[in-house]
Design a binder for this molecule. Structure first.
Ligand SMILES: NC(=O)c1ccc[n+]([C@@H]2O[C@H](COP(=O)([O-])OP(=O)(O)OC[C@H]3O[C@@H](n4cnc5c(N)ncnc54)[C@H](O)[C@@H]3O)[C@@H](O)[C@H]2O)c1
Length: 250
Protein backbone atom coordinates (compact mmCIF):
# COMPACT_ATOMS: atom_id res chain seq x y z
CA UNK A 1 0.00 0.00 0.00
CA UNK A 2 1.70 3.15 -1.25
CA UNK A 3 -0.39 5.63 0.77
CA UNK A 4 -1.13 3.54 3.85
CA UNK A 5 -2.74 5.69 6.60
CA UNK A 6 -2.05 8.98 4.79
CA UNK A 7 -4.79 11.58 5.08
CA UNK A 8 -5.52 13.18 1.72
CA UNK A 9 -7.84 15.96 0.55
CA UNK A 10 -8.93 16.08 -3.10
CA UNK A 11 -10.67 19.29 -4.19
CA UNK A 12 -13.04 18.78 -7.10
CA UNK A 13 -13.09 15.17 -5.96
CA UNK A 14 -16.67 14.48 -7.04
CA UNK A 15 -15.96 14.11 -10.77
CA UNK A 16 -13.43 13.32 -13.47
CA UNK A 17 -9.73 13.46 -12.55
CA UNK A 18 -10.50 14.23 -8.90
CA UNK A 19 -12.83 11.25 -8.50
CA UNK A 20 -10.35 8.89 -10.18
CA UNK A 21 -7.68 10.16 -7.78
CA UNK A 22 -9.93 9.64 -4.77
CA UNK A 23 -10.49 6.00 -5.82
CA UNK A 24 -6.78 5.40 -6.48
CA UNK A 25 -5.81 6.81 -3.06
CA UNK A 26 -8.41 4.63 -1.35
CA UNK A 27 -7.00 1.56 -3.16
CA UNK A 28 -3.56 2.45 -1.78
CA UNK A 29 -4.70 2.64 1.83
CA UNK A 30 -5.29 6.37 2.36
CA UNK A 31 -8.08 8.12 4.22
CA UNK A 32 -9.60 10.51 1.66
CA UNK A 33 -11.70 13.66 1.94
CA UNK A 34 -13.70 14.52 -1.17
CA UNK A 35 -14.01 18.33 -1.12
CA UNK A 36 -16.34 19.72 -3.76
CA UNK A 37 -18.91 22.43 -4.41
CA UNK A 38 -21.32 19.69 -5.66
CA UNK A 39 -22.81 18.70 -2.34
CA UNK A 40 -25.32 16.02 -3.31
CA UNK A 41 -23.08 14.20 -5.84
CA UNK A 42 -20.07 14.41 -3.54
CA UNK A 43 -21.89 13.21 -0.44
CA UNK A 44 -23.48 10.25 -2.27
CA UNK A 45 -20.15 9.23 -3.82
CA UNK A 46 -18.35 9.48 -0.51
CA UNK A 47 -20.99 7.38 1.21
CA UNK A 48 -20.61 4.64 -1.44
CA UNK A 49 -16.80 4.71 -1.39
CA UNK A 50 -16.75 4.83 2.40
CA UNK A 51 -18.79 1.61 2.51
CA UNK A 52 -16.46 -0.05 -0.03
CA UNK A 53 -13.27 1.01 1.75
CA UNK A 54 -13.89 0.36 5.46
CA UNK A 55 -14.83 3.87 6.51
CA UNK A 56 -11.93 5.70 4.87
CA UNK A 57 -13.79 8.23 2.68
CA UNK A 58 -15.70 11.32 3.69
CA UNK A 59 -17.19 14.35 1.98
CA UNK A 60 -16.84 18.00 2.92
CA UNK A 61 -18.55 20.70 0.93
CA UNK A 62 -16.09 23.37 -0.14
CA UNK A 63 -16.19 26.15 -2.70
CA UNK A 64 -12.58 27.05 -3.46
CA UNK A 65 -13.61 30.67 -4.13
CA UNK A 66 -14.52 31.04 -0.44
CA UNK A 67 -11.52 31.50 1.87
CA UNK A 68 -13.49 30.64 5.01
CA UNK A 69 -14.73 27.35 3.55
CA UNK A 70 -11.23 26.42 2.40
CA UNK A 71 -9.63 27.22 5.76
CA UNK A 72 -12.38 25.33 7.57
CA UNK A 73 -11.85 22.29 5.31
CA UNK A 74 -8.19 22.06 6.30
CA UNK A 75 -8.56 22.88 9.99
CA UNK A 76 -11.47 20.46 10.42
CA UNK A 77 -9.68 17.67 8.54
CA UNK A 78 -6.56 18.07 10.65
CA UNK A 79 -8.66 18.08 13.83
CA UNK A 80 -10.69 15.01 12.78
CA UNK A 81 -7.99 12.87 11.15
CA UNK A 82 -4.91 14.16 12.99
CA UNK A 83 -3.01 15.37 9.90
CA UNK A 84 -3.29 16.39 6.28
CA UNK A 85 -0.50 14.55 4.48
CA UNK A 86 -1.32 15.43 0.89
CA UNK A 87 -3.74 17.52 -1.12
CA UNK A 88 -4.76 17.38 -4.77
CA UNK A 89 -5.56 21.01 -5.58
CA UNK A 90 -7.67 19.93 -8.51
CA UNK A 91 -11.01 21.80 -8.58
CA UNK A 92 -11.40 23.67 -11.82
CA UNK A 93 -13.72 24.73 -14.63
CA UNK A 94 -13.37 25.17 -18.40
CA UNK A 95 -14.88 27.95 -20.46
CA UNK A 96 -14.40 28.50 -24.18
CA UNK A 97 -14.93 32.03 -25.51
CA UNK A 98 -13.27 34.25 -28.11
CA UNK A 99 -11.23 36.82 -26.17
CA UNK A 100 -12.99 39.84 -27.67
CA UNK A 101 -16.33 38.45 -26.44
CA UNK A 102 -15.19 37.36 -22.98
CA UNK A 103 -17.05 39.29 -20.25
CA UNK A 104 -15.44 40.51 -17.03
CA UNK A 105 -17.69 38.17 -15.06
CA UNK A 106 -16.71 35.06 -17.03
CA UNK A 107 -13.02 35.98 -17.07
CA UNK A 108 -12.96 36.67 -13.33
CA UNK A 109 -14.93 33.50 -12.48
CA UNK A 110 -12.41 31.27 -14.29
CA UNK A 111 -9.47 33.06 -12.65
CA UNK A 112 -11.13 32.92 -9.24
CA UNK A 113 -11.63 29.16 -9.34
CA UNK A 114 -8.64 27.99 -11.42
CA UNK A 115 -5.95 30.34 -10.08
CA UNK A 116 -7.09 32.11 -6.90
CA UNK A 117 -8.75 28.90 -5.69
CA UNK A 118 -5.51 27.01 -6.11
CA UNK A 119 -3.76 29.66 -4.03
CA UNK A 120 -6.42 29.59 -1.27
CA UNK A 121 -6.16 25.82 -1.01
CA UNK A 122 -2.35 25.80 -1.12
CA UNK A 123 -2.15 28.51 1.56
CA UNK A 124 -4.48 26.61 3.89
CA UNK A 125 -2.50 23.42 3.24
CA UNK A 126 0.81 25.13 3.95
CA UNK A 127 -0.43 26.43 7.31
CA UNK A 128 -1.46 22.95 8.41
CA UNK A 129 1.59 21.23 6.90
CA UNK A 130 4.05 23.71 8.45
CA UNK A 131 2.61 22.84 11.86
CA UNK A 132 3.19 19.16 11.04
CA UNK A 133 6.60 19.72 9.41
CA UNK A 134 5.60 17.60 6.41
CA UNK A 135 3.20 17.33 3.50
CA UNK A 136 2.74 17.20 -0.25
CA UNK A 137 0.69 19.66 -2.30
CA UNK A 138 -0.12 18.79 -5.90
CA UNK A 139 -1.67 21.52 -8.05
CA UNK A 140 -3.60 20.65 -11.17
CA UNK A 141 -2.22 22.74 -14.01
CA UNK A 142 -2.50 21.76 -17.69
CA UNK A 143 -0.73 21.60 -21.02
CA UNK A 144 -2.54 24.95 -21.38
CA UNK A 145 -0.26 26.25 -18.63
CA UNK A 146 2.61 26.06 -21.13
CA UNK A 147 0.78 26.23 -24.52
CA UNK A 148 -1.76 28.73 -25.80
CA UNK A 149 -5.02 27.77 -27.44
CA UNK A 150 -7.65 29.98 -29.02
CA UNK A 151 -10.73 30.84 -26.94
CA UNK A 152 -9.06 30.01 -23.64
CA UNK A 153 -7.54 33.34 -22.50
CA UNK A 154 -8.74 33.11 -18.89
CA UNK A 155 -8.05 29.38 -18.58
CA UNK A 156 -4.52 29.61 -20.01
CA UNK A 157 -3.76 32.66 -17.84
CA UNK A 158 -4.89 30.72 -14.77
CA UNK A 159 -3.01 27.53 -15.62
CA UNK A 160 0.19 29.39 -16.53
CA UNK A 161 -0.11 31.10 -13.17
CA UNK A 162 -0.52 27.76 -11.41
CA UNK A 163 2.65 26.38 -13.05
CA UNK A 164 4.82 29.26 -11.90
CA UNK A 165 3.15 29.73 -8.51
CA UNK A 166 3.95 26.06 -7.87
CA UNK A 167 7.66 26.83 -8.23
CA UNK A 168 7.50 29.72 -5.75
CA UNK A 169 5.53 27.70 -3.21
CA UNK A 170 8.01 24.84 -3.60
CA UNK A 171 11.00 27.09 -2.91
CA UNK A 172 9.35 28.65 0.16
CA UNK A 173 8.16 25.41 1.66
CA UNK A 174 11.09 23.07 0.98
CA UNK A 175 12.98 24.04 4.16
CA UNK A 176 9.81 23.31 6.16
CA UNK A 177 9.44 19.75 4.94
CA UNK A 178 6.65 20.41 2.43
CA UNK A 179 6.79 19.53 -1.28
CA UNK A 180 4.73 21.38 -3.91
CA UNK A 181 4.35 20.10 -7.47
CA UNK A 182 1.98 20.45 -10.40
CA UNK A 183 0.55 18.00 -12.89
CA UNK A 184 -0.06 19.12 -16.47
CA UNK A 185 -2.67 16.87 -18.05
CA UNK A 186 -3.23 16.72 -21.77
CA UNK A 187 -6.87 16.42 -22.85
CA UNK A 188 -8.52 13.94 -20.51
CA UNK A 189 -11.87 12.24 -21.02
CA UNK A 190 -13.95 13.92 -18.30
CA UNK A 191 -17.15 16.01 -18.17
CA UNK A 192 -14.95 19.12 -18.56
CA UNK A 193 -14.75 18.34 -22.28
CA UNK A 194 -18.54 18.26 -22.70
CA UNK A 195 -18.48 21.81 -24.07
CA UNK A 196 -16.38 20.72 -27.09
CA UNK A 197 -18.16 19.65 -30.28
CA UNK A 198 -17.03 16.47 -32.01
CA UNK A 199 -15.00 18.28 -34.67
CA UNK A 200 -13.06 20.22 -32.02
CA UNK A 201 -12.52 17.06 -30.02
CA UNK A 202 -11.14 15.13 -33.01
CA UNK A 203 -8.82 18.03 -33.80
CA UNK A 204 -7.51 18.04 -30.24
CA UNK A 205 -7.06 14.27 -30.16
CA UNK A 206 -4.92 14.57 -33.29
CA UNK A 207 -2.54 16.90 -31.41
CA UNK A 208 -1.62 14.05 -29.04
CA UNK A 209 1.02 11.80 -30.65
CA UNK A 210 -0.61 8.86 -28.85
CA UNK A 211 -3.76 9.60 -30.87
CA UNK A 212 -6.25 9.47 -28.02
CA UNK A 213 -7.54 11.32 -24.98
CA UNK A 214 -6.02 10.55 -21.62
CA UNK A 215 -7.99 8.66 -18.99
CA UNK A 216 -8.64 10.20 -15.55
CA UNK A 217 -6.89 7.20 -13.98
CA UNK A 218 -3.68 8.14 -15.80
CA UNK A 219 -3.64 11.49 -14.01
CA UNK A 220 -4.59 9.82 -10.74
CA UNK A 221 -1.47 7.66 -11.02
CA UNK A 222 0.70 10.77 -11.38
CA UNK A 223 -0.98 12.28 -8.32
CA UNK A 224 -0.39 9.07 -6.40
CA UNK A 225 3.34 9.25 -7.16
CA UNK A 226 3.69 12.94 -6.22
CA UNK A 227 1.61 12.53 -3.06
CA UNK A 228 3.61 9.54 -1.88
CA UNK A 229 7.02 9.25 -0.27
CA UNK A 230 8.26 7.80 -3.59
CA UNK A 231 8.55 11.45 -4.73
CA UNK A 232 10.54 12.49 -1.66
CA UNK A 233 13.12 14.48 -3.73
CA UNK A 234 10.60 15.99 -6.17
CA UNK A 235 9.45 19.55 -5.62
CA UNK A 236 8.66 22.49 -7.91
CA UNK A 237 8.03 20.14 -10.84
CA UNK A 238 5.33 20.42 -13.49
CA UNK A 239 4.82 16.80 -14.46
CA UNK A 240 3.26 16.70 -17.93
CA UNK A 241 0.99 13.70 -18.47
CA UNK A 242 -0.12 14.43 -21.99
CA UNK A 243 0.38 11.55 -24.45
CA UNK A 244 3.25 13.51 -26.01
CA UNK A 245 1.24 16.71 -26.71
CA UNK A 246 4.02 19.04 -25.53
CA UNK A 247 6.86 16.96 -27.00
CA UNK A 248 6.45 18.56 -30.41
CA UNK A 249 4.84 17.92 -33.78
CA UNK A 250 5.44 14.77 -35.82
N1 LIG B 1 -10.21 17.21 -18.60
C1 LIG B 1 -9.15 17.77 -19.17
O1 LIG B 1 -8.93 17.62 -20.39
C2 LIG B 1 -8.17 18.56 -18.35
C3 LIG B 1 -6.95 18.90 -18.95
C4 LIG B 1 -6.03 19.63 -18.21
C5 LIG B 1 -6.33 20.02 -16.92
N2 LIG B 1 -7.53 19.69 -16.40
C6 LIG B 1 -7.81 20.14 -15.04
O2 LIG B 1 -8.15 19.05 -14.24
C7 LIG B 1 -8.92 19.49 -13.12
C8 LIG B 1 -10.13 18.58 -12.96
O3 LIG B 1 -10.90 18.69 -14.14
P1 LIG B 1 -11.82 17.50 -14.71
O4 LIG B 1 -11.48 17.37 -16.13
O5 LIG B 1 -11.78 16.34 -13.82
O6 LIG B 1 -13.24 18.24 -14.65
P2 LIG B 1 -14.65 17.83 -13.99
O7 LIG B 1 -15.59 18.87 -14.46
O8 LIG B 1 -14.94 16.41 -14.26
O9 LIG B 1 -14.37 18.00 -12.42
C9 LIG B 1 -14.16 19.23 -11.82
C10 LIG B 1 -14.67 19.18 -10.39
O10 LIG B 1 -14.39 20.45 -9.78
C11 LIG B 1 -15.53 20.84 -9.03
N3 LIG B 1 -15.56 22.29 -8.86
C12 LIG B 1 -15.86 23.22 -9.80
N4 LIG B 1 -15.84 24.45 -9.24
C13 LIG B 1 -15.54 24.28 -7.93
C14 LIG B 1 -15.38 25.16 -6.83
N5 LIG B 1 -15.58 26.49 -6.97
N6 LIG B 1 -15.05 24.66 -5.64
C15 LIG B 1 -14.88 23.31 -5.47
N7 LIG B 1 -15.05 22.43 -6.47
C16 LIG B 1 -15.37 22.91 -7.68
C17 LIG B 1 -16.72 20.32 -9.85
O11 LIG B 1 -17.90 20.24 -9.06
C18 LIG B 1 -16.19 18.97 -10.30
O12 LIG B 1 -16.49 17.95 -9.35
C19 LIG B 1 -9.27 20.95 -13.40
O13 LIG B 1 -8.40 21.80 -12.68
C20 LIG B 1 -8.99 21.07 -14.90
O14 LIG B 1 -8.67 22.40 -15.27
C21 LIG B 1 -8.47 18.96 -17.07
Amino acid sequence: MRLQDKNIIVTGGASGIGLASVKRCLEEGANVVIADIEESDGAALAQKLDAEHSGRCLFKVCDVTDTTQVDTLFNDTQAELGSVDAVFNNAGIGGLCPSDELSDDDYLRIIDINLNGVFRVARAALRVMYRQGSGSIVNCASILGVFGQSQTAAYTAAKGGVVNMTRTLAIESAPKGVRVNAIGPGYIDTPLLDELDDEMLQGLIALHPMGRLGRPEEIANAFLFLASDEASFVTGAHLLVDGGFTAGKS
